[in-house]
Design a protein. Structure first.
Lengths: 219, 565
């Protein structure tokens, strides 16, 4: 009955872990892939409505956010590079920059969302079954929109919302990595976790690169 | 007697902190303990869902005009939904990979554990959490949407009010399914990496046992298909709680799009269900014939091609939705095409028996029943894959009988056979061979008595999901036969479960390593296996089913054989 726990040498297989992580990233892509498929189907079904609705999105804000997110992808990869070459302080600084850029993205997104709510461009959450016409839970403006535009904004909120959720998860993870670097458990000889969190961050970035033109640029 | 208690996975632990009782299991990252935990949970759910099925069959014993009513119509809707959700999401989809895959995949390839033991435990927790959520959802009102959650009904069906609190049980169940999906995905990733990275020295891909091959193909399907259905189910949740109509035509949505997204996962899911059981049959049959499996490579490749083709034929569930003729013809063709690798396997198994030295162990009986039942299930699938006959048979009891022949008579029989096969290795206990065989006879006879009449019923036009039926002599006779069959089947299930439980508590202790004299690697470990499976690093030099070489090894004392030799 002696526990053999101490004998457990979970010999660490870095390449295997990376393979598993890539598979995980793949499932994330497929998850968003279903959204993109739905977007494509409804865009072709309600082309005019989608064009009209897209015009109400602010291209400038979208562009700013794109630049912010791309920069954050750069900083995270530089951070990995710095840590690999032993510049721990620089790596931490760049990691912090990545997290702050991610937060900046979220703040801007938040402003954008709340502006949409004020302009009655979306559906409000109604408890229970979707509220019918005349329901006090529904903003009057929302009911006036044609179906295609409601679908557009529905997809817009859900896709950017799911994306924002991924940014939050990524930022929290990067925060933990920052903490682990400070503690010394992630160090120049052991960068695997930083590398994987960076990959995740890139994935979130790549998804945005598809979201941005589909919602902001194609009119 | 104390000395007989060797160090094994049942009395040693992966964690220094949790070494006693429940927590030593619940916190264990040992793949074998996790497999056993899955087994306990899954067979409990399985039995609960069997009971639901039993009540539904009882309800169908007499037509409504005779005044017979066991459960009211609205209950019947909840019953078949719950029966399906439990059987599919909690039992047969995760079933064989989670129980026997977890336990035997590392043993078969000579690994110490899976690639990510902690993720493996997380998968189990996700499974348990999702399962508890589903059960709570059912107790608090249930869902009557069927397991397919097809809109618009799944969007409009009422929420249930309990003690004045509105409870959206359909959304709740959908979320549970989403969580269960992530558990499956993580298991799939884990197994793929394990197979890629942790095979013992000398074990090439084409030296892997066939169960491992089938788990490999299954894992890819889990990773490829599950995320899509996860997000699709969440879209139904969003549609239920917000006034946006993704799948509601009155709001510009397209309900057919949901069906596509749903079946993109759920059709591959039927291969997720059946492939591991095919793998188990491919283990049981050569062992109990004492000869190499016929066409090893073709079975391995068939597993992968079933997975690949199976991914591309989802819309054969939708021939009646009015999709384009071209698409219908294409999907029908692919449906027939997937029958080819499936049939290759059936022929290979049969050919393995030829001139074999056959022993009818309980596992072998279940494997042979698998071939019989699955052939009926597969061939009736051809009826449904044909465009013209499908129009007649769609949404009838014929469909219900067809997929029970594949899922229950196939996948579940294979899993139960697999458990009989591996039981002594897993627990170091032996069950009663006589009672196991009696249980088999009840299950096999009952199963066919239950479902064969349903093929007829469907052909005569009995719709599925109906609570009752008109008083027509042919219906009355067939329904009665089917109900009586369900009694025999349930008796068989109870006997089988009782055989296992009795063996666990009072069964004869055994340390025999290789009771069936099998040539594959997992039988060369101690019984029950030690915590890290193999004392020394393993090296593979021969094909897994090379019985000639295996017998020579046993004679030379290099491998452990069984008493039958």
């Amino acid at each position: 009955m002696t526990d053999q726990a101490h004998a457990v040498e979970h010999h660490h297989d870095e390449e295997g872990t990376r393979l598993g992580f890539w598979l995980f990233l793949y499932t994330e892509l497929f998850l968003f892939g279903a959204f993109f498929l739905v977007y494509a189907v409804y865009r072709s079904a309600h082309l005019e409505d989608f064009k009209l609705a897209a015009e109400s999105l602010n291209t400038t804000i979208g562009t700013v956010n794109t630049v912010i997110l791309l920069t954050s992808s750069l900083t995270v990869v530089l951070s990995l590079d710095a840590l690999k070459s032993g510049a721990v302080k620089l790596a931490k600084g760049l990691l912090l920059a990545t997290i702050l850029l991610g937060l900046a993205f979220l703040v801007i997104k938040g402003f954008e969302w709340s502006a949409k709510f004020e302009h009655h461009l979306f559906l409000q959450t109604a408890s229970g079954i979707a509220a019918g016409e005349g329901s006090p839970l529904l903003t009057p403006g929302a009911e006036m929109l044609p179906n295609g535009q409601v679908l557009f904004f529905g997809l817009y909120f859900i896709m950017t919302g799911t994306h924002a959720l991924h940014i939050i998860i990524g930022a929290v993870w990067l925060g933990l990595v920052y903490f682990w670097i400070s503690k010394g458990s992630i160090h120049p000889g052991n960068v695997g976790v930083l590398e994987r969190s960076g990959l995740y961050w890139h994935l979130v970035d790549v998804i945005w690169i598809f979201l941005f033109p589909l919602y902001y640029l194609v009119h | 007697m104390e000395k007989a208690m060797n160090q094994n996975y049942l009395n040693s632990h992966t964690s220094a902190k949790w070494t006693k009782g429940f927590m030593s299991w619940f916190m264990s990252t040992d793949h074998k303990r996790i497999g056993v935990m899955y087994a306990v949970a899954m067979f409990s759910f399985f039995f609960a869902a069997v009971c639901l099925g039993f009540v539904m069959k009882l309800q169908k014993m007499y037509p409504a005009s005779s005044g017979w009513e066991i459960i009211p119509p609205e209950w019947y809707g909840s019953f078949f939904t719950l029966h399906a959700i439990v059987m599919i999401f909690l039992f047969i989809v995760p079933g064989a990979p989670a129980i026997l895959g977890n336990f035997f995949l590392p043993l078969q390839i000579g690994a110490k554990d899976v690639a990510f033991p902690r993720v493996n435990l997380l998968s189990f927790w996700l499974y348990l959490f999702g399962a508890i959520m589903a059960v709570v959802g059912v107790l608090l009102g249930g869902a009557d949407t069927g397991w397919t959650f097809t809109p618009p009904y799944s969007v409009t069906t009422k929420t249930i009010s309990i003690f004045g609190v509105t409870f959206d049980s359909v959304s709740w169940m959908l979320t549970a399914a989403f969580i269960l999906g992530w558990g499956t995905i993580l298991t799939g990733i884990n197994f793929i990496v394990t197979i890629h990275r942790m095979r013992a020295k000398g074990m090439d891909y084409f030296k892997m046992p066939l169960f491992t091959w089938s788990i490999y193909a299954t894992s890819w399907l889990q990773v490829l298909a599950t995320p899509v259905v996860g997000i699709t189910l969440l879209m139904i949740v969003i549609e239920r709680i917000m006034p946006v109509g993704f799948f509601d035509p009155s709001k510009g949505g397209d309900p057919i799009l949901f069906q596509h997204l749903f079946w993109i996962y759920s059709h591959p899911a039927v291969y997720i269900m059946i492939l591991p059981s095919m793998g188990l049959v491919s283990e049981i049959i050569p062992t109990n014939s004492q000869k190499p499996i016929f066409g090893y490579k073709s079975i391995a490749i068939a597993s992968v091609s079933i997975a690949a083709v199976g991914y591309l034929l989802w819309a054969h569930h939708m021939f009646t939705t009015g999709m384009s003729d071209f698409a219908a013809v294409l999907f029908s063709f692919l449906t027939f095409f997937v029958a080819i690798p499936t049939a290759i396997k059936v022929f290979n198994w049969t050919a393995t028996l030829y001139k074999g030295s056959i022993t009818l162990t309980p596992a072998m009986l279940f494997a042979l029943a698998f071939i019989f039942n699955f052939s009926i299930g597969g061939l009736t699938g051809m009826f449904l894959g044909s465009l013209s006959t499908d129009i007649h048979l769609h949404d009838t009891d014929f469909v219900v009988a067809h997929f029970h022949y594949t899922m229950f008579g196939g996948a579940a029989f294979g899993l139960i056979g697999g458990i009989f096969h591996y039981f002594p290795k897993m627990f170091g206990k032996m069950y009663s061979m006589l009672w196991a065989k009696i249980g088999f006879v009840f299950m096999f006879v009952g199963f066919n008595a239950l479902y064969f009449p349903m093929l007829w019923l469907g052909y005569y036009g009995m719709p599925r999901r109906y609570h009752t039926y008109p008083d027509i002599p042919i219906f009355n006779k067939l329904q009665m036969a089917s109900t009586v069959g369900s009694w025999v089947l349930v008796t068989g299930v109870i006997i089988v479960l009782a055989v296992w439980i009795y063996a666990l508590i009072k069964g004869k202790r055994t340390t025999e390593q290789n009771p069936w004299n099998s040539s594959t690697l997992e039988w060369q470990t101690a019984t029950p296996p030690t915590l890290f499976n193999f004392e020394e690093d393993v090296e593979i030099t021969r094909d897994p089913y090379n019985y000639e070489a295996f017998h020579a090894e046993v004679a030379a004392g290099k491998a452990v054989g069984g008493k039958r030799d």
